[in-house]
Design a protein around this ligand. Structure first.
Ligand SMILES: Nc1ncnc2c1ncn2[C@@H]1O[C@H](COP(=O)(O)OP(=O)(O)OP(=O)(O)O)[C@@H](O)[C@H]1O
Length: 383
């Protein structure tokens, strides 16, 4: 969808901001550009909407070489979100959001309806926030308006330059989660600049790690963390990359342990007998359809049915959650294991031991991939 072919940008003073960059962002993919200050991230991004023209090389949007397109028309195909947001202070939030549809000549009513829809999508109530002015919003709310405005004309491509850089870490994490949910719905092709490796790892389908003017590694977050391509990348992602990996490794059903299971309607004494035979101190309690109800301690089973002794379970997660979420749920609930569900259906439990092997699994898989040379080296200039 976006393709860089041997793109270089040099300035007359001799600075080479980016040097022979070649990479591709697939349709619907979110690629984060991460690296220290001055390494060329913003330059890369601004070349896509022709705020900066390359010195050499070509950039394609779909099949079009962007140098052959009218820059104004090009920018209307591309949503742009920046840290300072750049909302018009004298226009309401709704009017701000409707800017691009308005420029595209949409009828006023349609533009405003679309703007209201977008505000709703980014978690702002158009009836409450739509008529306010930008200085009547919090920093996080202004960032949301920036995202809504960029999406208003439904552009296929979004460029985002440190869009959550100006808000505090808690709001930032919240905005990131919302943004991921939003991207699941809208599936735009996104280039996202950040200097924060945590943010890059959390949001990116793939990450481009920049050295000075060059991409040192272009790969999935799990591979960048598990198998950094160069000592520079290893240093940049940090010595705690094992921990960061927890957030990009997802729970698979093969990671789970199958604990003893009893059913709600089972007789309690009979269930206790079975658990004693298996040497089990507790069991997961399911209903007839395999839906998780809770758990029961073997020594709590007395008369009646299992349902009379079962306890509700708070500590559960959907399959596909990250190991970090699992670890954090274990700590939050002070639990030695976490139930994992597919919809309502119980799949098994994740224990600390299984969590550790899941982490090993994902690291091992990446190393094997790298050895097999499946990382496209042409995507990594200088590799
Ligand atoms: N007009 C210019 N003339 C000369 N050098 C420039 C010019 N504009 C940018 N540069 C240089 O190009 C390099 C890349 O800048 P760029 O803004 O792309 O970095 P960045 O990675 O986005 O940094 P930051 O995270 O600080 O925004 C820097 O060394 C910068 O000083």
């Amino acid at each position: 969808m976006i393709r860089f072919e041997h793109v270089t940008k040099s300035y007359p003073d001799g600075t080479t901001a980016v040097d022979d960059l070649s990479f591709e962002v697939a349709e619907g993919e979110l690629v984060t550009l991460v690296g220290p200050s001055g390494c060329g991230k913003t330059t890369t991004m601004k070349m896509v909407n022709r705020l900066i023209e390359p010195t050499e090389g070509r950039i394609f949007l779909g099949d079009d070489d962007i140098s052959s397109l009218d820059p104004v028309a090009l920018r209307r195909r591309i949503g742009y979100v920046i840290q300072q947001v750049g909302l018009f202070p004298h226009k309401t939030v709704l009017e701000n959001t409707a800017t691009v549809p308005h420029l595209l000549g949409w009828p006023r009513r349609k533009a405003r309806e679309r703007a209201a829809e977008l505000l709703d999508l980014v978690g702002l109530d158009p009836a409450v926030h739509g008529e306010r002015y930008p200085d009547q919003l919090s920093g996080g709310q202004r960032q949301r308006v920036g995202v809504a405005r960029a999406l208003a004309a439904d552009p296929p491509v979004l460029l985002m330059d440190e869009p959550f850089g100006a808000v505090d870490p808690v709001v930032r994490e919240h905005l990131q989660s919302e943004f991921l949910r939003l991207q699941e719905q809208v599936r735009k092709t996104i280039l996202f600049v950040t200097h924060d490796i945590e943010e890059a790892v959390r949001l990116g389908d793939r990450i481009a790690v920049y050295g000075s003017g060059r991409i040192e590694q272009f790969d999935t977050p799990a591979t960048v963390l598990g198998a950094p391509a160069t000592p520079y990348v290893a240093d940049f992602v940090g010595s705690d990359r094992g921990l960061k990996r927890l957030s990009v490794t997802l729970i698979e059903s093969g990671d789970l342990e199958q604990p003893p299971v009893v059913r709600l309607g089972d007789g309690a004494r009979e269930a206790a007998g079975r658990l004693a035979d298996e040497g089990a101190r507790w069991a997961v309690v399911l209903d007839g359809e395999g839906t998780l109800h809770g758990w029961v301690a073997a020594d709590a089973l007395g008369d009646g049915a299992v349902r009379d002794h079962a306890r509700r379970m708070e500590a559960w997660l959907p399959v596909g959650s990250s190991l970090k979420q699992a670890f954090s749920a274990m700590l939050q609930h002070d639990a030695g294991w976490i139930a994992v569900l597919d919809g309502d259906h119980f799949l098994g439990v994740l224990t600390p031991g299984r969590l550790h092997s899941a982490l090993r699994r994902s690291i091992g898989a990446d190393l094997r991939d790298v050895e097999r040379g499946e990382v496209p080296l042409d995507a990594v200039p200088g590799a």
